[in-house]
Design a protein around this ligand. Structure first.
Ligand code: ZN
Length: 410
Protein backbone atom coordinates (compact mmCIF):
# COMPACT_ATOMS: atom_id res chain seq x y z
CA UNK A 1 0.00 0.00 0.00
CA UNK A 2 1.38 3.36 -1.08
CA UNK A 3 -0.25 6.66 -0.23
CA UNK A 4 0.68 10.27 -0.64
CA UNK A 5 -1.64 12.86 0.80
CA UNK A 6 -1.52 16.19 -1.05
CA UNK A 7 -3.99 18.64 0.47
CA UNK A 8 -7.08 16.49 -0.04
CA UNK A 9 -5.76 14.55 -3.02
CA UNK A 10 -4.13 11.14 -2.88
CA UNK A 11 -3.75 7.74 -4.49
CA UNK A 12 -3.49 4.29 -2.98
CA UNK A 13 -2.46 1.20 -4.95
CA UNK A 14 -4.45 -1.96 -4.23
CA UNK A 15 -4.03 -5.29 -6.05
CA UNK A 16 -1.57 -5.83 -8.91
CA UNK A 17 -1.80 -7.80 -12.11
CA UNK A 18 1.06 -10.33 -11.77
CA UNK A 19 3.91 -9.76 -14.22
CA UNK A 20 2.30 -6.68 -15.78
CA UNK A 21 1.72 -3.02 -14.92
CA UNK A 22 -2.02 -3.20 -14.32
CA UNK A 23 -3.32 -2.52 -10.83
CA UNK A 24 -6.35 -1.51 -8.82
CA UNK A 25 -6.33 1.55 -6.63
CA UNK A 26 -8.20 4.40 -5.03
CA UNK A 27 -7.95 8.07 -5.99
CA UNK A 28 -8.98 10.39 -3.15
CA UNK A 29 -10.35 13.82 -4.08
CA UNK A 30 -12.09 16.56 -2.08
CA UNK A 31 -15.37 15.39 -3.67
CA UNK A 32 -15.02 11.68 -2.98
CA UNK A 33 -13.06 8.63 -4.04
CA UNK A 34 -12.63 6.90 -7.40
CA UNK A 35 -12.02 3.16 -7.37
CA UNK A 36 -9.61 2.37 -10.20
CA UNK A 37 -9.40 1.22 -12.88
CA UNK A 38 -12.29 3.59 -13.60
CA UNK A 39 -14.12 4.76 -16.67
CA UNK A 40 -14.63 8.53 -16.51
CA UNK A 41 -17.82 9.54 -18.31
CA UNK A 42 -17.60 12.59 -20.55
CA UNK A 43 -19.79 15.64 -19.95
CA UNK A 44 -18.12 18.00 -22.40
CA UNK A 45 -20.26 21.09 -21.72
CA UNK A 46 -20.95 20.29 -18.04
CA UNK A 47 -23.65 17.78 -18.94
CA UNK A 48 -23.63 14.17 -20.05
CA UNK A 49 -25.82 14.74 -23.08
CA UNK A 50 -29.47 13.70 -22.57
CA UNK A 51 -28.97 12.27 -19.06
CA UNK A 52 -29.62 13.64 -15.57
CA UNK A 53 -26.64 13.62 -13.19
CA UNK A 54 -28.80 11.56 -10.80
CA UNK A 55 -29.04 8.88 -13.49
CA UNK A 56 -25.27 8.93 -13.96
CA UNK A 57 -24.81 8.40 -10.20
CA UNK A 58 -27.42 5.63 -10.18
CA UNK A 59 -25.73 3.76 -13.03
CA UNK A 60 -22.46 3.80 -11.13
CA UNK A 61 -20.46 6.59 -12.81
CA UNK A 62 -17.74 7.60 -10.36
CA UNK A 63 -16.55 10.85 -11.94
CA UNK A 64 -17.31 13.13 -14.87
CA UNK A 65 -14.93 14.92 -17.24
CA UNK A 66 -15.82 18.30 -18.74
CA UNK A 67 -13.96 20.29 -21.30
CA UNK A 68 -12.11 23.51 -20.45
CA UNK A 69 -12.20 24.76 -24.04
CA UNK A 70 -15.97 24.44 -24.39
CA UNK A 71 -16.73 25.91 -20.97
CA UNK A 72 -14.30 28.78 -21.61
CA UNK A 73 -16.22 29.75 -24.74
CA UNK A 74 -19.63 29.07 -23.18
CA UNK A 75 -20.77 30.04 -20.54
CA UNK A 76 -17.32 31.34 -19.47
CA UNK A 77 -15.25 30.14 -16.51
CA UNK A 78 -16.22 33.15 -14.38
CA UNK A 79 -19.85 31.95 -14.44
CA UNK A 80 -18.87 28.44 -13.33
CA UNK A 81 -16.63 29.91 -10.62
CA UNK A 82 -19.42 32.16 -9.35
CA UNK A 83 -21.78 29.15 -9.30
CA UNK A 84 -19.42 27.43 -6.84
CA UNK A 85 -17.41 25.35 -9.31
CA UNK A 86 -18.16 22.75 -11.95
CA UNK A 87 -19.72 20.12 -9.65
CA UNK A 88 -22.10 22.57 -8.01
CA UNK A 89 -22.95 24.23 -11.34
CA UNK A 90 -23.95 20.91 -12.93
CA UNK A 91 -25.41 19.33 -9.77
CA UNK A 92 -22.80 16.54 -9.70
CA UNK A 93 -21.54 16.05 -6.13
CA UNK A 94 -18.79 13.55 -7.03
CA UNK A 95 -15.27 13.98 -8.42
CA UNK A 96 -14.77 15.97 -11.63
CA UNK A 97 -12.03 16.31 -14.24
CA UNK A 98 -11.39 19.05 -16.80
CA UNK A 99 -9.04 18.58 -19.72
CA UNK A 100 -6.73 21.44 -20.56
CA UNK A 101 -8.29 22.52 -23.82
CA UNK A 102 -5.14 21.68 -25.76
CA UNK A 103 -6.73 18.98 -27.85
CA UNK A 104 -9.83 21.00 -28.71
CA UNK A 105 -7.88 24.16 -29.45
CA UNK A 106 -5.92 22.21 -32.03
CA UNK A 107 -8.79 20.18 -33.48
CA UNK A 108 -12.12 22.01 -32.98
CA UNK A 109 -10.32 25.33 -33.07
CA UNK A 110 -9.30 24.77 -36.64
CA UNK A 111 -12.66 23.33 -37.61
CA UNK A 112 -13.86 19.77 -37.84
CA UNK A 113 -11.91 17.47 -40.13
CA UNK A 114 -9.41 20.12 -41.08
CA UNK A 115 -5.71 19.56 -40.62
CA UNK A 116 -3.90 20.78 -37.55
CA UNK A 117 -1.91 23.91 -38.17
CA UNK A 118 1.70 23.87 -37.16
CA UNK A 119 4.61 26.10 -36.41
CA UNK A 120 6.75 25.43 -39.43
CA UNK A 121 9.68 27.65 -38.48
CA UNK A 122 12.93 25.79 -39.04
CA UNK A 123 11.30 22.86 -40.76
CA UNK A 124 11.54 21.89 -44.40
CA UNK A 125 8.33 22.11 -46.39
CA UNK A 126 8.28 18.30 -46.69
CA UNK A 127 8.18 18.07 -42.88
CA UNK A 128 4.70 19.53 -42.62
CA UNK A 129 1.34 18.05 -43.45
CA UNK A 130 -0.60 21.29 -43.53
CA UNK A 131 0.99 22.55 -46.69
CA UNK A 132 -1.44 24.57 -48.74
CA UNK A 133 -4.24 24.38 -46.15
CA UNK A 134 -5.76 27.33 -44.32
CA UNK A 135 -4.33 27.61 -40.83
CA UNK A 136 -6.90 28.68 -38.25
CA UNK A 137 -4.99 27.69 -35.11
CA UNK A 138 -1.40 28.84 -34.79
CA UNK A 139 1.02 27.25 -32.34
CA UNK A 140 4.04 29.19 -31.15
CA UNK A 141 6.36 28.64 -28.23
CA UNK A 142 4.20 30.81 -25.97
CA UNK A 143 0.80 29.27 -26.71
CA UNK A 144 -1.91 28.84 -29.31
CA UNK A 145 -4.00 31.45 -31.10
CA UNK A 146 -7.24 30.03 -32.42
CA UNK A 147 -10.63 30.83 -33.87
CA UNK A 148 -13.77 29.87 -31.94
CA UNK A 149 -15.82 27.09 -33.53
CA UNK A 150 -18.94 28.88 -32.23
CA UNK A 151 -18.68 32.40 -33.63
CA UNK A 152 -15.34 32.77 -35.37
CA UNK A 153 -13.93 35.04 -32.65
CA UNK A 154 -10.17 35.03 -31.96
CA UNK A 155 -8.76 33.65 -28.71
CA UNK A 156 -5.41 32.80 -27.22
CA UNK A 157 -4.57 29.92 -24.88
CA UNK A 158 -1.28 29.78 -23.03
CA UNK A 159 -0.31 27.41 -20.21
CA UNK A 160 -1.15 30.19 -17.75
CA UNK A 161 -4.54 30.92 -19.35
CA UNK A 162 -5.45 27.21 -19.35
CA UNK A 163 -4.63 26.91 -15.63
CA UNK A 164 -6.53 30.11 -14.81
CA UNK A 165 -9.59 28.75 -16.63
CA UNK A 166 -9.29 25.33 -14.97
CA UNK A 167 -8.90 26.83 -11.50
CA UNK A 168 -12.06 28.86 -12.10
CA UNK A 169 -13.88 25.75 -13.32
CA UNK A 170 -12.81 24.07 -10.08
CA UNK A 171 -12.58 20.40 -11.10
CA UNK A 172 -10.79 18.00 -8.73
CA UNK A 173 -8.37 16.89 -11.44
CA UNK A 174 -6.99 19.20 -14.13
CA UNK A 175 -4.56 18.63 -16.98
CA UNK A 176 -1.53 20.67 -18.02
CA UNK A 177 -1.80 22.48 -21.34
CA UNK A 178 -0.05 20.45 -24.01
CA UNK A 179 0.48 20.45 -27.72
CA UNK A 180 -1.47 17.54 -29.15
CA UNK A 181 -0.05 16.18 -32.40
CA UNK A 182 -1.37 13.66 -34.91
CA UNK A 183 0.22 10.47 -36.21
CA UNK A 184 0.75 12.27 -39.51
CA UNK A 185 3.20 14.74 -37.99
CA UNK A 186 6.83 14.04 -38.79
CA UNK A 187 9.35 12.77 -36.26
CA UNK A 188 10.99 16.19 -36.28
CA UNK A 189 7.74 17.90 -35.46
CA UNK A 190 6.92 15.36 -32.71
CA UNK A 191 10.28 16.18 -31.08
CA UNK A 192 9.46 19.89 -31.17
CA UNK A 193 5.99 19.26 -29.72
CA UNK A 194 7.40 17.16 -26.86
CA UNK A 195 9.90 19.90 -26.02
CA UNK A 196 7.23 22.60 -26.19
CA UNK A 197 4.85 20.51 -24.05
CA UNK A 198 7.62 20.15 -21.46
CA UNK A 199 8.23 23.90 -21.32
CA UNK A 200 4.47 24.45 -21.03
CA UNK A 201 4.30 21.83 -18.23
CA UNK A 202 6.88 23.84 -16.29
CA UNK A 203 4.81 27.01 -16.72
CA UNK A 204 1.61 25.13 -15.77
CA UNK A 205 3.16 23.98 -12.48
CA UNK A 206 4.31 27.49 -11.65
CA UNK A 207 0.89 28.98 -12.41
CA UNK A 208 -0.82 26.13 -10.54
CA UNK A 209 1.30 26.87 -7.49
CA UNK A 210 0.46 30.57 -7.66
CA UNK A 211 -3.29 29.95 -8.11
CA UNK A 212 -3.43 27.28 -5.39
CA UNK A 213 -1.96 29.78 -2.92
CA UNK A 214 -4.20 32.59 -4.18
CA UNK A 215 -7.33 30.42 -3.90
CA UNK A 216 -6.66 28.79 -0.53
CA UNK A 217 -10.34 28.97 0.38
CA UNK A 218 -11.13 26.51 -2.46
CA UNK A 219 -10.78 22.69 -2.30
CA UNK A 220 -7.39 21.50 -3.59
CA UNK A 221 -7.31 20.79 -7.33
CA UNK A 222 -4.83 18.18 -8.54
CA UNK A 223 -2.78 18.81 -11.68
CA UNK A 224 -1.82 16.01 -14.09
CA UNK A 225 0.92 16.38 -16.72
CA UNK A 226 0.19 15.25 -20.27
CA UNK A 227 2.70 12.98 -22.01
CA UNK A 228 3.13 13.34 -25.78
CA UNK A 229 5.56 11.64 -28.16
CA UNK A 230 3.18 9.88 -30.53
CA UNK A 231 4.25 6.38 -31.60
CA UNK A 232 7.97 6.85 -30.90
CA UNK A 233 9.20 4.80 -27.92
CA UNK A 234 12.27 6.91 -27.17
CA UNK A 235 10.26 10.14 -27.32
CA UNK A 236 7.47 8.79 -25.10
CA UNK A 237 9.93 7.45 -22.53
CA UNK A 238 12.01 10.64 -22.47
CA UNK A 239 8.92 12.87 -22.25
CA UNK A 240 7.59 10.73 -19.39
CA UNK A 241 10.85 10.74 -17.40
CA UNK A 242 11.27 14.50 -17.77
CA UNK A 243 7.69 15.19 -16.63
CA UNK A 244 7.96 12.70 -13.75
CA UNK A 245 11.13 14.43 -12.51
CA UNK A 246 9.84 17.98 -12.97
CA UNK A 247 9.61 20.05 -9.78
CA UNK A 248 8.73 23.76 -9.89
CA UNK A 249 8.45 25.87 -6.74
CA UNK A 250 8.57 22.64 -4.72
CA UNK A 251 5.58 21.26 -6.58
CA UNK A 252 5.44 18.19 -8.86
CA UNK A 253 2.54 16.74 -10.81
CA UNK A 254 -0.16 14.87 -8.87
CA UNK A 255 -0.67 12.38 -11.70
CA UNK A 256 -0.06 11.87 -15.39
CA UNK A 257 -2.15 11.83 -18.53
CA UNK A 258 -1.15 9.86 -21.60
CA UNK A 259 -2.25 11.91 -24.56
CA UNK A 260 -1.89 12.47 -28.23
CA UNK A 261 -1.58 10.19 -31.14
CA UNK A 262 -2.63 6.64 -30.31
CA UNK A 263 -3.73 3.88 -32.64
CA UNK A 264 -5.47 0.68 -31.65
CA UNK A 265 -2.41 -1.34 -32.75
CA UNK A 266 0.07 0.55 -30.57
CA UNK A 267 -2.19 1.57 -27.66
CA UNK A 268 -0.85 -1.10 -25.30
CA UNK A 269 2.78 -0.47 -26.20
CA UNK A 270 2.50 3.30 -25.75
CA UNK A 271 0.68 3.04 -22.40
CA UNK A 272 3.28 0.47 -21.31
CA UNK A 273 6.29 2.66 -22.24
CA UNK A 274 4.85 5.61 -20.33
CA UNK A 275 3.81 3.60 -17.27
CA UNK A 276 7.24 1.92 -17.14
CA UNK A 277 8.79 5.37 -16.59
CA UNK A 278 6.15 6.74 -14.21
CA UNK A 279 6.25 6.59 -10.41
CA UNK A 280 4.09 3.77 -9.03
CA UNK A 281 2.44 5.95 -6.43
CA UNK A 282 0.66 8.42 -8.73
CA UNK A 283 -2.42 7.84 -10.89
CA UNK A 284 -2.31 7.60 -14.69
CA UNK A 285 -5.08 8.72 -16.99
CA UNK A 286 -5.40 7.73 -20.63
CA UNK A 287 -6.98 10.59 -22.57
CA UNK A 288 -9.62 9.34 -24.98
CA UNK A 289 -10.27 5.67 -25.71
CA UNK A 290 -13.07 4.04 -27.64
CA UNK A 291 -13.82 0.32 -27.76
CA UNK A 292 -14.23 -2.40 -25.10
CA UNK A 293 -11.05 -4.26 -26.11
CA UNK A 294 -9.09 -1.00 -25.64
CA UNK A 295 -10.13 -0.93 -21.97
CA UNK A 296 -8.49 -4.29 -21.30
CA UNK A 297 -5.34 -3.26 -23.17
CA UNK A 298 -5.06 0.09 -21.38
CA UNK A 299 -5.67 -1.38 -17.94
CA UNK A 300 -3.28 -4.29 -18.47
CA UNK A 301 -0.52 -1.83 -19.36
CA UNK A 302 -1.01 0.40 -16.34
CA UNK A 303 -3.75 2.99 -17.00
CA UNK A 304 -5.85 3.73 -13.90
CA UNK A 305 -8.54 5.95 -15.44
CA UNK A 306 -9.66 6.80 -18.95
CA UNK A 307 -12.35 8.95 -20.48
CA UNK A 308 -14.47 7.85 -23.38
CA UNK A 309 -17.12 9.71 -25.30
CA UNK A 310 -18.24 6.65 -27.28
CA UNK A 311 -21.01 5.27 -25.02
CA UNK A 312 -23.08 8.44 -25.23
CA UNK A 313 -22.08 9.41 -28.78
CA UNK A 314 -23.03 6.06 -30.34
CA UNK A 315 -26.15 5.85 -28.14
CA UNK A 316 -27.53 8.99 -29.76
CA UNK A 317 -27.10 7.19 -33.09
CA UNK A 318 -29.12 4.21 -31.82
CA UNK A 319 -26.08 1.92 -31.41
CA UNK A 320 -26.32 -0.13 -28.21
CA UNK A 321 -23.77 -2.34 -26.47
CA UNK A 322 -24.57 -5.90 -25.45
CA UNK A 323 -22.35 -8.77 -24.30
CA UNK A 324 -22.75 -10.11 -27.86
CA UNK A 325 -21.50 -6.91 -29.49
CA UNK A 326 -22.99 -3.62 -30.60
CA UNK A 327 -26.23 -3.47 -32.58
CA UNK A 328 -28.46 -0.78 -34.04
CA UNK A 329 -31.92 -0.65 -32.51
CA UNK A 330 -33.45 1.05 -35.56
CA UNK A 331 -33.13 -2.05 -37.77
CA UNK A 332 -36.36 -3.76 -38.87
CA UNK A 333 -35.56 -6.82 -36.75
CA UNK A 334 -36.06 -4.77 -33.57
CA UNK A 335 -39.50 -3.38 -34.47
CA UNK A 336 -41.43 -6.17 -32.73
CA UNK A 337 -38.69 -7.25 -30.31
CA UNK A 338 -40.21 -6.93 -26.85
CA UNK A 339 -37.09 -8.07 -25.00
CA UNK A 340 -34.80 -5.71 -23.10
CA UNK A 341 -31.78 -4.20 -24.89
CA UNK A 342 -29.65 -6.59 -22.80
CA UNK A 343 -31.58 -9.13 -20.71
CA UNK A 344 -28.73 -9.38 -18.20
CA UNK A 345 -28.40 -5.61 -17.72
CA UNK A 346 -29.57 -3.99 -14.48
CA UNK A 347 -29.88 -0.44 -15.86
CA UNK A 348 -33.04 1.66 -15.72
CA UNK A 349 -33.58 1.29 -19.48
CA UNK A 350 -33.26 -2.50 -19.56
CA UNK A 351 -35.40 -3.03 -16.46
CA UNK A 352 -38.28 -0.83 -17.75
CA UNK A 353 -38.27 -0.76 -21.59
CA UNK A 354 -38.09 -2.98 -24.66
CA UNK A 355 -36.09 -2.87 -27.88
CA UNK A 356 -39.38 -2.30 -29.71
CA UNK A 357 -40.03 0.83 -27.64
CA UNK A 358 -36.53 2.21 -28.25
CA UNK A 359 -36.93 1.38 -31.95
CA UNK A 360 -40.14 3.42 -31.96
CA UNK A 361 -38.59 6.37 -30.08
CA UNK A 362 -35.64 6.58 -32.50
CA UNK A 363 -37.89 6.25 -35.55
CA UNK A 364 -40.22 8.95 -34.19
CA UNK A 365 -37.19 11.13 -33.35
CA UNK A 366 -38.29 11.45 -29.73
CA UNK A 367 -35.77 12.94 -27.29
CA UNK A 368 -36.30 10.13 -24.79
CA UNK A 369 -34.56 7.80 -27.26
CA UNK A 370 -31.19 9.43 -26.55
CA UNK A 371 -31.79 9.42 -22.81
CA UNK A 372 -32.67 5.73 -22.56
CA UNK A 373 -29.96 4.63 -25.00
CA UNK A 374 -27.27 6.67 -23.21
CA UNK A 375 -28.25 5.31 -19.79
CA UNK A 376 -27.82 1.75 -21.05
CA UNK A 377 -24.51 2.32 -22.85
CA UNK A 378 -22.96 4.24 -19.94
CA UNK A 379 -24.07 1.50 -17.53
CA UNK A 380 -22.67 -1.18 -19.84
CA UNK A 381 -19.21 0.42 -19.88
CA UNK A 382 -19.24 1.28 -16.17
CA UNK A 383 -20.10 -2.33 -15.35
CA UNK A 384 -17.48 -3.69 -17.76
CA UNK A 385 -14.74 -1.66 -16.07
CA UNK A 386 -16.10 -2.58 -12.61
CA UNK A 387 -15.84 -6.23 -13.66
CA UNK A 388 -12.29 -5.76 -14.94
CA UNK A 389 -11.36 -4.20 -11.58
CA UNK A 390 -12.96 -7.11 -9.71
CA UNK A 391 -11.09 -9.58 -11.95
CA UNK A 392 -7.74 -8.01 -11.00
CA UNK A 393 -8.69 -8.28 -7.31
CA UNK A 394 -9.64 -11.94 -7.77
CA UNK A 395 -6.70 -12.83 -10.00
CA UNK A 396 -8.97 -13.74 -12.94
CA UNK A 397 -8.18 -10.89 -15.37
CA UNK A 398 -7.07 -13.08 -18.29
CA UNK A 399 -10.01 -15.45 -17.94
CA UNK A 400 -12.46 -12.55 -17.80
CA UNK A 401 -10.88 -10.85 -20.81
CA UNK A 402 -10.97 -14.06 -22.85
CA UNK A 403 -14.58 -14.68 -21.92
CA UNK A 404 -15.80 -11.12 -22.51
CA UNK A 405 -13.96 -10.37 -25.74
CA UNK A 406 -14.59 -13.87 -27.10
CA UNK A 407 -18.32 -13.27 -26.83
CA UNK A 408 -18.35 -9.53 -27.70
CA UNK A 409 -16.38 -9.89 -30.95
CA UNK A 410 -17.67 -13.35 -31.93
ZN1 ZN B 1 -29.15 -1.69 -19.80
Amino acid sequence: MIAFPVEGFGFTVGARLPGRRGRTGTIHTPHGVIQTPAFIAVGTKATVKAVLPESMAELGAQALLANAYHLYLQPGPDIVDAAGGLGRFMNWPGPTFTDSGGFQVLSLGVGHKKVLAMNTAGLAESDVIATGKTRLAHVDDEGVTFTSHLDGSKHRFTPEVSLQIQHQLGADIMFAFDECTTLLNTRGYQEQAVERTHQWARRCLAEHDRLTRERQDQPYQALFAVIQGAQHEDLRRRATRELAELVVDGRSFDGYGIGGALEKENLGAIVGWCCAELPEDKPRHLLGISEPDDFFTAIENGADTFDCVSPSRVARNAALYTPDGRFNVTTAAQRRNFAAVDVDCDCYTCTHYTRAYLHHLFKAREMLASTLATIHNERFIVRLVDNIRASIDRGTFDEFRGEFLGRYYR
